[in-house]
Design a protein around this ligand. Structure first.
Ligand SMILES: Cc1cc2nc3c(=O)[nH]c(=O)nc-3n(C[C@H](O)[C@H](O)[C@H](O)COP(=O)(O)OP(=O)(O)OC[C@H]3O[C@@H](n4cnc5c(N)ncnc54)[C@H](O)[C@@H]3O)c2cc1C
Ligand code: FES
Length: 267
């Protein structure tokens, strides 16, 4: 059930300057959160940012009462988290949004996770669920350069399948877009190699991936990252142009959406 959880920062792990994780004590949230869901986070006592910021819950350990977030510093909200002292409080409004679905996967299904940059954030918890369900899953992790792949170490032992790294400039892994790395392996010639694709990343990555999964007729769930003001349907700041109606309210109807519901040409 949605609530405003008063959470205490237990620890921060710095992967490289500007890329870090924060782990909070938030027992009820850790119990209730599902992979792909998010919170609207406010750091106590800060004037800026004025509005809360959205963060996917990267991982949750119910027994320890802990919830972790992977963060890339880009502005005042993420900087406030980077500066937050251990033992300090933040308010976590959630769980919000719909989450990824593992329902209906056929027996012996293999799935793919495609992540671009900070789009890796929601996936440790999904891999935890996939491992528990004994579903093999490959990770395609891409970025502009090696520096953008620093979160790869967070995935080192939790991917129940293979990991494929790619960078636009070739500084780590395959040279080129992560969507091309995915397309090369996903196209088995006799129908899609993967039973489902889970993706999170920037809009250009989504637009390219949407074309690939449509061509392969591969069911997919994209975790969209529209700018969010409230997180629960009140401000309409997060709307995305849609195919079946003028727009979808990303925080309420998503953030996980099938690519066919998004009008990519209008974004
Ligand atoms: C459902 C959801 C889950 C999210 N999960 C995470 C997460 O787990 N970790 C994380 O680090 N971030 C996550 N984000 C993104 C994060 O909420 C935003 O980037 C937020 O704006 C950061 O706040 P800020 O104050 O640091 O930067 P802002 O001041 O809000 O933004 C700084 C600059 O970056 C631009 N910007 C903001 N968001 C994006 C974007 N998505 N892509 C490109 N440019 C952008 C702004 O236009 C501005 O120019 C998520 C967003 C959503 C909607
Ligand atoms: S963020 Fe306010 S309606 Fe979605």
């Amino acid at each position: 059930m949605r609530a405003d959880h008063q959470a205490v920062l237990l620890r921060r792990r710095v992967f490289s300057p500007g890329f870090f994780s924060v782990t909070f004590r938030a027992p009820t949230l850790a119990r209730e959160i599902a992979p792909g869901q998010f919170v609207m986070l406010e750091v106590a006592g800060r004037l800026r940012p004025y509005l809360r910021r959205a963060y996917s819950v990267a991982d949750a350990v119910p027994d320890a009462g802990e919830a972790e977030f992977l963060v890339r510093r880009i502005g005042p909200g993420t900087a406030a988290l980077e500066d937050l002292a251990e033992g300090s409080e933040a308010a976590l409004l959630g769980p919000l949004g719909n989450g990824f679905s593992l329902a209906g996967l056929p027996p012996r299904a293999r799935v793919a996770v495609v992540a671009g940059g900070i789009g890796a954030a929601p996936f440790p918890l999904l891999f935890r669920a996939l491992t528990a369900a004994e579903i093999p899953a490959d990770l395609y992790l891409g970025g502009r350069n090696a520096a953008e792949l620093v979160f790869r170490s967070r995935f080192a032992e939790i991917v129940p399948g293979e990991t494929f790294l790619s960078t636009d400039d070739g500084s780590l892994g395959e040279k080129g877009f992560v969507t091309d790395a995915f397309a090369r392996r996903a196209d088995g010639g006799r129908g899609p190699f993967y039973a489902r694709v889970f993706a999170c990343g920037p809009m250009p990555m989504f637009a390219a991936l949407a074309r690939v999964v449509q061509r392969l007729d591969c069911p997919s769930e994209f975790s969209t990252e529209a700018a969010m003001g409230c997180g629960f349907g009140a401000c309409l700041g997060c709307v995305i142009p849609a195919t079946e109606k003028p727009f979808v309210i990303s925080c309420m109807e998503g953030p996980i959406l099938p690519p066919g519901k998004i009008a990519w040409e209008k974004i």
